[in-house]
Structure formats: structure tokens, C-alpha cells
Design a protein around this ligand. Structure first.
Ligand SMILES: [Zn+2]
Length: 361
């Protein structure tokens, strides 16, 4: 029954809307990979080893992916021009030393572009473990693109005790604009792009990034395409067990699972709250009750209830309350006619320890 419904929907949608055809060039997706450290010495949760990084590059090359400048993907998304086929961008957050010592040399050997998102107070403060402005300029001269990773690397979503919404907005806007001004002063041509510290954002934060005219990148996983929100673009974090070659190969083949979030209206959970019920409306032809599968990091599979299968409305709820910190619900469904390829959507949650505090890291 579900299969018949899905097949009927796919055919009728294909006739009506050619952009739903997963194979059409207009629907091409790009994958943006996110790295932090490329080192054997740094925490596994934010690192890949130099050997694994080289294996990633080898995989990209042997499977005919095009590693393109992040600016090219941004330009395509902004202008509706087609995304290059099989395009992948490589990005690094925080501008750690290992980007300069381990990653850049092997990328430059292949002549491949990459982007580094830098936190300007770390550069201005000569923090150890991070690049210097001179090193960043050298990378830029070698073809790297440098983007804004804030001035302070703060938890932007957290409103301070007693802080009005207007005061919070002014503080966050100033933090982003200060960093962009520093990048502009020190470099030739910084990217018009901002990567949220810790990948944390809510709707209000995304609106502030939109007000600065920068494109915004998160750390929730997923590919991007022309219908992606330009201020909350996903990237696939590459570290720990998410970075093994099988996992990389799967992520490179993903397409965007297009959803509208029906509830709740915020990704910020109350301290001590039960597992959130995420209500999504899926697009016809992308997933049905038989094909959608969802997962929650560190937990058994969540409950998936189809509230209105004909309208594509589904509710996903973890079996246990989410821990303090960041969590994600991720849903995937096979792309019809493309074995091994999945539609993919990941939803970020943030949960503070108490109503007034935020968590570290
Ligand atoms: Zn960061």
C-alpha cells in the first residue's frame, strides 16, 4: 500500500515538478566536509589522523569527485547556477596548527582548494595551537579561502542572565562584524561566509547572520542543494568514527531530504526536558513509512510515528531524554534508482544544564 502510494506520488510529482527527479542536474547536491585537527595527537572527537586524511583525499580522487572552492558552491547556491557535478568542498574550523603542518601540504600537492574558518581573537591573541596571521596569509596565497568563525568563539544561542533580546542581538552582531573586519584587514579576500562556533544556532541567530549578508554554516550533517537555507547550511563533520572510509563514501553519495519543521519551533530545549518530539513534513516522493529510518547519536533508534502519511507528516522522538549539550536527530531514506545513495536530514538540539547556565565545549 505504502509502496503503491509512493510510486504513484513519484510519477505524478515527476510529471509536475522535474526538480524532484533525484537524477536531474538541477537537483544536484554538493557535500561539504568539516574537519578540525589532522593529527594523531589531538582528541579523537575532533581529529582525523594524517593517514586517514590522505585516504579521504585518495577516495575523492579515485571516485571522481570534484573538490571545488567553497566560494564556488556558495556562488552557485546564491545565484541558482548549477552546482558542479559530484562537487565536494573541504573545510576546517578553528584554524588549528595541523591545518598548516599536515593538511595544507597534501591538499596543495594535489592542487585542491580548501577553506579555513578562523576565530580572530585566537589569532590576535597568539594562542598556541592555532595558526598565526602570517600562516593564514601564506595559505591564502596558496589558494585557500578564509572564512569567519566569530571573534570570540562563544556559545551564541546562550542569552546571558538579565540580557535583553536587543542586547543579545547587538552583542552577537558585533562579534560577527568585528571578526569580518579583522579578516578583511589582514587578508586579501576573506569569504563571505560564517561558521557558527560549535555549530550552534537557533532561528534568531540565523537571522542575525542573514543580516550581515554572510552565508552561514553549521555542523549538523547533510548535503546542500539549491533549496537549502543559506544561513544554516549543513556540513558533514569528519572525526572519530564518523570519519571512517565507509562512512565518508556513504555521505558523499547523499542528497538533501527536504523537510519543513512543523514543531517544535526552537532547537533550544529546556533544562531537564524530556526527549523532544520533532514533527517534520517530508516532500512527496522522497520517503514513505517503509523507507524512512532515523537515528539519534548514542541512543537506540527513536520512535517514528507517521501522523499523516498522505501529507508526509512524521514525528520522531528519542526513547530517552537527550543529554546536556548538543544532540542530533538524523533521518535518511534511499534514493529511488540510485543504490547506496540516501536522502539525508539532520536536526540539531541544544540542551543547557540548568535554565540559566550553558555547557562547556
Ligand atoms: Zn570552532
Amino acid at each position: 500500500m505504502a509502496e503503491r502510494r509512493a510510486a504513484g506520488l513519484v510519477i505524478s510529482v515527476l510529471l509536475a515538478c522535474p526538480w524532484v527527479n533525484a537524477g536531474a542536474a538541477e537537483d544536484a547536491a554538493a557535500v561539504i566536509l568539516l574537519y578540525h585537527h589532522v593529527s594523531d595527537e589531538t582528541p579523537a572527537s575532533t581529529s582525523v589522523s594524517p593517514a586517514l586524511f590522505e585516504a579521504h583525499l585518495e577516495h575523492l580522487e579515485t571516485h571522481d569527485y570534484q573538490v571545488v572552492p567553497l566560494s564556488r558552491i556558495i556562488a552557485a547556491l546564491r545565484s541558482e547556477r548549477p552546482l558542479p557535478e559530484r562537487s565536494v568542498a573541504i573545510t576546517f574550523d578553528d584554524a588549528y596548527q595541523s591545518v598548516y603542518t599536515a593538511a595544507a601540504p597534501v591538499l596543495q600537492k594535489r592542487g585542491w582548494p580548501f577553506a579555513v574558518f578562523a576565530t580572530t581573537d585566537y589569532l590576535d591573541g597568539d594562542f598556541s595551537g592555532y595558526l598565526t596571521w602570517d600562516q593564514l596569509r601564506e595559505l591564502e596565497r596558496g589558494g585557500a579561502e578564509i572564512g569567519n568563525h566569530s571573534r570570540s568563539h562563544g556559545h551564541y544561542v546562550h542569552r546571558r542572565a538579565g540580557e535583553s533580546e536587543a542586547a543579545w542581538q547587538a552583542r552577537i552582531l558585533e562579534d560577527i562584524r568585528w571578526a569580518q573586519a579583522r579578516l578583511t584587514a589582514e587578508l586579501q579576500k576573506p569569504l563571505d561566509a560564517f561558521a557558527y562556533p560549535y555549530g550552534e544556532f537557533d532561528r534568531a541567530t540565523a537571522r542575525l547572520v542573514a543580516a550581515t549578508d554572510l552565508v552561514g554554516f553549521g555542523q549538523q550533517s547533510g548535503p546542500v542543494d539549491h533549496r537549502s537555507d543559506l544561513h544554516t547550511l549543513p556540513r558533514f563533520p569528519m572525526a572519530g568514527r564518523f570519519a571512517d572510509l565507509g562512512s565518508l563514501a556513504e555521505k558523499l553519495r547523499t542528497r538533501v531530504l527536504h523537510v519543513s519543521v512543523r514543531a517544535p519551533d526552537t532547537a533550544l530545549l529546556a533544562a531537564g526536558s524530556p526527549a523532544p518530539a520533532l514533527r517534520l513534513q517530508l516532500e512527496a516522493g522522497q520517503a514513505d513509512p517503509d523507507s524512512l529510518s532515523c537515528f539519534v547519536t548514542g541512543q537506540p533508534p527513536p520512535t517514528v510515528r507517521w501522523l499523516d502519511p498522505d501529507a508526509g507528516v512524521v514525528e520522531v522522538q528519542a526513547q530517552r531524554p537527550l543529554p546536556v549539550g548538543r544532540s542530533k536527530y538524523t533521518c535518511t531514506a534511499p534514493v529511488p534508482g540510485a543504490p547506496g545513495s540516501y536522502f539525508w536530514y539532520s536536526h540539531l538540539w541544544m540542551k543547557p544544564p540548568t535554565p540559566r547556565d550553558w555547557y562547556d565545549g
